[in-house]
Ligand binder design. Structure first.
Ligand code: CA
Length: 227
């Protein structure tokens, strides 16, 4: 199980693109973003890589020699290879996009593309698939199992009320982001409840007491942030 929030494990990506120049440029961009990249240049090679090796994500050009990208993708999905797949399509070929998505692609980027866009979309896909694959959120020494409602800190179970659990869950999905008291109140209380923002402070300080004072920082005038 990969630790989603700290992202320390190297992320392996299969890049399938027969245009050597594009493959080189994109490969360098991905490596620069910290991915470990494996290249495939033909349909059959891509198929074999995907069936025999494990990847966190795949970038798949659809126009490939010997075997079309869509057929490669269908074959992977038939064999239960469920890694996220980002397809590369030519501009204006909307039917290609539809075919790709129907064959089991998760997202697409149209050529010509900017490398940072591909990197951003790939990161989003990997985050999403990691979140789906594992109901356990981990941040530092804090661990939250969203399927059982159990939480632990430094390996010790911590008792949380439903509202504390919801609040912690909300923070853990937004590590590094400032969250205002209003946003928290909207998330935690249904509209007919009393949304006094000072109750948010109470919950935050309870969470700190049950874990560590540093777990949620107060950002003066703006809200809170989990780092
Ligand atoms: Ca191509």
């Amino acid at each position: 199980m990969r630790n989603v929030n700290t992202g320390e494990a190297t992320i392996r990506v299969l890049l399938v693109e027969d245009d050597r120049e594009i493959a080189k440029r994109l490969g360098e961009g991905l490596a620069g973003a910290g991915f470990s990249v494996e290249h495939a240049y033909t349909g059959p090679d891509a198929l074999a890589f995907g069936l025999n090796d494990t990847f966190d994500a795949v970038i798949l050009d659809l126009g490939l020699p010997q075997m079309q990208g869509v057929d490669v993708l269908k074959a992977w999905r038939r064999e239960k290879r469920d890694f996220p797949v980002l397809i590369l399509t030519a501009r204006g070929t909307w039917s290609e996009k539809v075919d790709g998505l129907n064959a089991g692609a998760d997202d697409y980027v149209t050529k010509p593309f900017h490398v940072p866009e591909v990197v951003a979309r790939l990161n989003a896909l990997i985050r999403r698939s990691a979140g789906l694959a594992s109901p356990v959120l981990q941040h530092g020494e804090l661990r939250l199992d969203t399927s059982t409602g159990k939480a632990s800190f430094k390996g010790q179970p911590i008792e949380l009320t439903a509202r504390e659990f919801n609040m912690l869950n909300y923070f853990m999905h937004r590590v590094g982001r400032i969250i205002s008291q209003n946003e928290l109140a909207e998330h935690l209380y249904s509209t007919d409840e009393n949304r006094e923002s000072n109750t948010i402070e109470v919950y935050v300080s309870r969470l700190r007491r049950k874990t560590s004072p540093e777990i949620i920082k107060t950002i003066r005038g703006l809200g809170y942030r989990m780092d």
